[in-house]
Design a protein around this ligand. Sequence first.
Ligand code: IVH
Length: 409
Amino acid sequence: MISKIDAKKKISELVEQINYHDELYYKKNYQEISDEEYDKLRRELLELEKNFPEIKLKNSPNKTIGKIDNNQFRTIKHNSPMLSLNNAYSIDEVESFYNKTFNSLNKNFLILAETKVDGLSASLRYENRKLKIGLTRGDGVKGEDITRNLEFVEGIKKKLPSEFPENLEIRGEIFIKKNIFEELNKKRKDQGKPLFSTPRNAAAGSVRQLDPEIAKERKLSFYGYTVIGDKSFFGNSISKIRDILKIFNFSLNHPAKLCSSLDEMVKFYKKVRDMRSSLNYDIDGIVYKLDNIEEQKKLGQTARFPRWALAHKFPAENAITTLKEVSFQVGRTGTITPVAILGEVTIGGVKINRATLHNQDEIRRLGLSLGDTISIQRAGDVIPKITSVVKKSIKPVKIIFPEQCPSCG
Ligand code: IVH
């Protein structure tokens, strides 16, 4: 155990670091570290705050859910707080969630397992069955009014079916489909604009545009995951809510599965983890939710997340680093392959300091220079590759392809 003086120093360091990255993420829609590195900082802080509750700082990020950029959008109070989700990274943590649920309910229960959409949460408020207001999660208590930007979002209905209750709120996730993200970045590259590092950053940047015309061009999508308000029409479980939304042609995230054991939950997690690259939208894990709404109420919530749900995160695939050097490898047949030498980062527990660059065209396609800040991806066991330049170096150094063989001259 560390001393109180050291803990205090570490806590204030962590708070400063996390607040810096939150500022980037929530206000500038940009990331300098991967989700995994970020979560590590959060966990370290949470652990220290637990062991030294007397030194919890006023500006600790663990006191709020998100951040609001005050001078951009009008803010409106949510009908009920928009919470975050508790994260799990191991099966042990999922087991502990399962056992706690069992001990609280003292009977068997169903868990709905579904994909965790990597976008940004939004609440859609309908009055007289017409879409009135759309809000971001904001700080969980109040959200930013993004109504004007929702006009052309695929999957958002302007009017609810006549069978639906008059006043209703639908909550879900706004995101950009992978193919649209790639088109968008291609276009931006041709226009010499900085690229988005992930679909999530692109979606967040587009929703929070003051100009609705830009938001429209960006082709956003929406998946609903719950309704708030009079649920009698929908029934007493989230799987029933999903069934009804589906009948009425709302867009929902797939796949999803109703599970009656821990074993089924873990099987579903592994299955989706292994096929996630075939989905046309980014997911960062599986959300497990206690299906029955009465049972959810019994478990209740903390200030930050419901006790009846858990996000089981996938190992990270992306990280952000810098391109330090390019070396040229000579193959056995004399072909020359450029290899990127990177500032070392960890993805999914594996240290990475190199990425493949294939050939000269790839360097041109990415618009790479030495010193650039880049986004890299390591999906499964595949060799890491550079996906985009997220920030040009202030002093970019051109990559020069050798004219003579670097091995024999
Ligand atoms: S249920 C807390 N289901 O993840 C209220 N959330 O990291 C219950 N998210 O703020 C949320 N996909 O925006 C739920 N299938 C899904 C989700 C999902 C993405 C987001 C949501 C939440 C965040 C927490």
